[in-house]
Design a protein around this ligand. Structure first.
Ligand SMILES: [Zn+2]
Length: 117
């Protein structure tokens, strides 16, 4: 029995240490909705508990077992690449990245203008 995209998504967030409450916030649902999803994923994988489910999913190649960085532009891009809504930490990092880029463009423009004057 294969896992649905939603079940995989939830399991991926479990694998990254998020609580059910945090997962629910990220997926715009309630924590009550997360528990049955995790239980369903565990049943499908034949896992005894959530960590076991994460391990089995990694072993089966369903989850990327490599550590994933959150909270910067790369993390944000990874969410987008996977068709996910970026998590709060990644949104924060992306906003800081965009602010930095904007400031750099402004500084470059001002430097050019100062040179021309
Ligand atoms: Zn993230």
């Amino acid at each position: 029995m294969s896992l649905t995209a939603h079940e995989l998504r939830v399991l991926d967030l479990v694998a990254h240490g998020y609580t059910h409450e945090e997962i629910a916030r990220q997926l715009f649902t309630t924590p009550k909705g997360i528990t049955p999803t995790v239980n369903r994923a565990m049943r499908k994988l034949g896992a005894a508990n959530a960590p076991h489910a994460v391990f089995l999913a990694c072993q089966a190649g369903l989850l990327d077992g490599r550590p994933r960085r959150h909270g910067d532009h790369a993390g944000f891009a990874a969410h987008r690449y996977r068709g996910e809504e970026p998590c709060e930490a990644c949104w924060e990092g992306e906003r800081a990245y965009r602010r930095g880029r904007k400031a750099a463009r402004k500084a470059a423009r001002e430097a050019t203008e100062a040179h021309a004057a």
